[in-house]
Design a protein around this ligand. Sequence first.
Ligand code: NAD
Length: 494
Amino acid sequence: MNRISHWIDGKVVEGTSGRSGVVWDPATGTQQAAVDLASVAEVDHAVAVAKAAFPAWRATNLSRRAEVMFHMRELVDANRKEIASLISKEHGKVLGDALGEVARGLENIEFACGIPNLLKGGYSEQASTGIDVYSIKQPLGVVSGITPFNFPGMVPMWMFANALACGNTFILKPSEKDPSTSMLIGELLKQAGLPDGCFNVVNGDKVAVDRLLDHPDVAAISFVGSTPIAKYIYETGTRNGKRVQALGGAKNHMLVLPDADLDMAADAAVSAAYGSAGERCMAISVVLASEAIADSLVAKIKDRIPAIKVGPASESESEMGPLITGEHRDKVAGYIAGAAGEGATLVVDGRQGAPGGGFFLMPSLIDNAKPGMACYDDEIFGPVLTVTRISGYQEGLQLINDNPYGNGTAIFTRDGGAARQFEFDVQVGMVGVNVPVPVPVSYYSFGGWKASLFGDTHMYGPEGVNFYTKTKVVTSRWPDPRTSSVDLGFPQNR
Ligand code: NAD
């Protein structure tokens, strides 16, 4: 049985806890590896290594840190296929989708190559006579990233690129369901010239996470995962005095106005709902269809579903892979089974016709979903698209703003005024105008509102740089024999 251990101090370190987790092959439903689950002592060792590496890395000049990021950029670019294959193998998503994930992750390494520019502070000459004031951004120390199963390459890249470039050292605790990509990232960072100990991977479960949350030498935690765990991480981490950004789950609505191009809207809904088997935090899970066009839109979505090729990533024609585990597949199937009993209409039942063996489900379409039904209220995180019929813009907006989540949303319309009003009104962090999956480019920042994010800073981009640095303001005066005198008054501008 293939065994996945930890990456600490620039090398693979075998676990000693005696505990391990199952890494499934979602396409066959069989176990493909066992992953070591770290003990408290193993986490402590990784943190001690990262702490020891911090002073030298922090003192490494900006050009050199940028150079490591440039090398890493080249290595990830050269190894796109290998990284994507590893993602597909453990996650199950098809190769084209995994390549997209690598490309969007790589953007964040490219952004971090500009770290000398990003860390420039402000300078005010002559703030007072003979006194200059300037601000500098300094790293926090040992920081940690805890990541979900659904983007085993991209989400770690959201975090470590900026964290390391800012001068921190890093402990990554990836999802125990697909941990191998993180181990490869460790090897690539070493090849890129990152000193040993600056980037470490601790594989594990709640035991490892809880130790990171209460370890006094961990200064900050970036988390991405489900809302209940995000809330727990935020509350526990901040109570322990850490800086925390914790991104949670989602229920993303796509509002389709009567004037929208319905073929474009149907293509977008199908792509955004069923891509990656719906296991994306930015997937569209609800279409809000204005009554005037709802029948037509539902028919267009239904017509497109049979053409989706569901199969393993190993088959090049596959467009949608399996779900991550059998347990998760059964949970998603439960929502489909329950929909009709709740009063919704099951238009396409994805429990029929899935390939055998793995954790597959076919795409499902549920019409007439409403608040109060589990298929509408819960984050299903599978290939299930629900449609809610609305009277028009105002009702659609109200539903989105009443939803506890606020990660992503999209409006489909030809009316620029309506789209602009939507941008202004909607209580959601990332908004698409005729764009169904509006994941911001790396030089903006990623984050939802409401129960989709706990903390003040969004992930990556300029807010990522702020998250991983502390600002220090220096007020400086050099001796000038012409102005020196004793003055017991409170310093003020002169
Ligand atoms: P998850 O919350 O189950 O796990 C995320 C991480 O937390 C993993 O590393 C896991 O080991 C750890 N964890 C799980 N249970 C824990 C516990 N009780 N105590 C401490 N740590 C624990 O999430 P997942 O199933 O891996 O990922 C899917 C979820 O992530 C979905 O809800 C999805 O919307 C969300 N997600 C959000 C974003 C975003 O940017 N907002 C991006 C990707 C995924």
